[in-house]
Design a protein around this ligand. Structure first.
Ligand SMILES: Nc1ncnc2c1ncn2[C@@H]1O[C@H](COP(=O)(O)OP(=O)(O)OP(=O)(O)O)[C@@H](O)[C@H]1O
Ligand SMILES: [Mg+2]
Length: 434
């Protein structure tokens, strides 16, 4: 049976053995157009990586191909493409608008898990936050609008191809000329945002706190998404990362601050440096507690503050982070299940001999009319709230827009209370560049 062939590995004059769209399986093999030298056209991802375009609508598919140039293999459907994958060759699949339905997205998620050497970029007619979120959750690396900036698609394909090579084969080298000397050890502070209750607002608070600190701090500020399976930080900040924590961990034996800095994606509006969670839950296992600790310890050598968003449960990684943190912001919502779970979490932390002075209670949605008084909650948990964050419609609106609420609605009461929470970490004087 025919299969996708990596152009860079083909013998001179050979044709790629993928079946073009419009021809069923077993049809005569036709490869990408040949160049004047009789070689297969250089694919837009560079040598060693194949590019497949999957789109049912022929004119749309041709438009996508025209944006990518020679060396692209067209397919009608994802099924057609997967029937040709060998599982060993790096392939960037460019998925057209006909692939954005829920069934195809579910299939993309499965295919991405099955073929670690395949990565996808999606092209849609109109980009919405919901679709971006769904596609990224399915493991798609980037989503672009078809009518967008010229060259954007080819760049996205190149970026993804580079990441594929980094994950599959090697890791990118640190930028030339950067060395220890440029990364003065600053011994930054680490703050983990934790809760034993899912959905309590950890990621919302971690992203906004980190953004605020990044705007205030003279030194770099990093945000690590340690919710390794279902991290939302990149989506909440509308980032399409080239690298994730998996890349940093894969390079751990030769990681230095310059290389780690290279793996961080900058949130341009604030200057925050983000280390995103793996793009697929299956990669979570590749990050051990000691890996996470090593990465965080290296971040604090060049960042003034490192904020860590965590999942809603205890595991080795989380326990290591609690230990490594200077302070832990314990987030609780204002309802009985929240308070119950946070109380159990506190008991666990006590049992593990966590110094209580580094735990700070943050009550989220503290103004909710839920017949639960802040004082009652404080009494139940046996600790005073260090910060009270009100409930505000601006929060879900900002999440859906992919903007931290402190930037989306800076005058809102929720933004003001997050600013006050940030005052405890880094007072406001000494505003900087952004
Ligand atoms: N103060 C608030 N006011 C209104 N809505 C809020 C507030 N805080 C959080 N939310 C809403 O609650 C939802 C969950 O928040 P978030 O994703 O930050 O929780 P989480 O603790 O990180 O969840 P998970 O455990 O799944 O990672 C968000 O979509 C957000 O819109
Ligand atoms: Mg979260």
């Amino acid at each position: 049976m025919s299969e996708i062939v990596t152009t860079g590995e083909m013998p001179p004059g050979a044709a790629a053995s993928a079946v073009p769209a419009g021809q069923g399986a077993g049809a005569p093999v036709a490869g990408p157009p040949a160049t004047a030298h009789g070689q297969v056209g250089q694919p837009p991802a560079g040598p060693g990586v194949s590019v497949a375009v999957v789109e049912f609508d022929v004119p749309t598919r041709e438009r996508i191909i025209s944006l990518l140039g020679d060396g692209v293999t067209p397919f009608n459907t994802l099924e057609e493409l997967t029937s040709r994958l060998t599982g060993a060759m790096p392939v960037v699949s460019v998925l057209g608008p006909s692939c954005s339905g829920p069934d195809t997205l579910a299939m993309i998620e499965r295919v991405n898990q099955q073929y670690p050497y395949m990565a996808s970029v999606m092209v849609v007619h109109e980009l919405t936050t919901t679709l971006l979120q769904q596609a990224l959750r399915a493991g798609v690396r980037d989503v672009l609008a078809l009518g967008g900036e010229a060259g954007a698609l080819a760049h996205a394909v190149q970026r993804v191809a580079t990441t594929l090579q980094a994950v599959a084969v090697t890791v990118p080298a640190a930028p030339a000329g950067t060395g220890e000397e440029e990364y003065e050890a600053v011994n930054g502070k680490v703050y983990s945002v934790f809760s034993t209750k899912g959905g309590s607002g950890k990621s919302v608070l971690a992203t906004s706190l980190a953004t605020t600190l990044a705007q205030r701090s003279e030194l770099p500020v990093a945000l690590v998404d340690a919710d390794l399976q279902f991290g939302d930080v990149a989506v909440m900040l509308k980032l399409a990362p080239n690298h994730t924590i998996v890349d940093a961990v894969s390079a751990l034996d030769r990681l230095d601050p310059a290389m780690l800095d290279n793996f961080l994606v900058t949130h341009e509006p604030s200057g925050l440096k983000v280390l995103p969670a793996p793009l697929e839950p299956a990669f979570a296992d590749q990050v051990s507690a000691s890996d996470m600790r090593a990465v965080v310890d290296m971040l604090r050598t060049f960042c003034g503050h490192v904020i860590v968003d965590t999942p809603a449960y205890f595991n080795d990684v989380v326990l290591g982070l609690v230990e490594a943190s200077d302070d832990v912001l314990l987030v609780a919502g204002m309802d009985i299940p929240n308070i119950k779970n946070v109380k159990i979490g506190l008991q666990t932390l006590r049992l593990l001999d966590t110094p209580m002075e580094k735990l700070h209670l943050v009550l989220n949605r503290a103004n909710s009319k839920v017949k639960l008084e802040v004082s009652e909650v404080e009494k139940t948990l046996g600790m005073k709230a260090a910060a009270l964050i009100p409930s505000d419609i601006a929060v879900p609106q900002s999440v859906n827009k992919g903007e931290p609420v402190v930037l989306f609605a800076p005058k809102s009461s929720v933004a003001k209370s997050i600013e006050e929470m940030a005052d405890m970490v880094l007072p406001r004087q000494g505003k900087r560049k952004r």
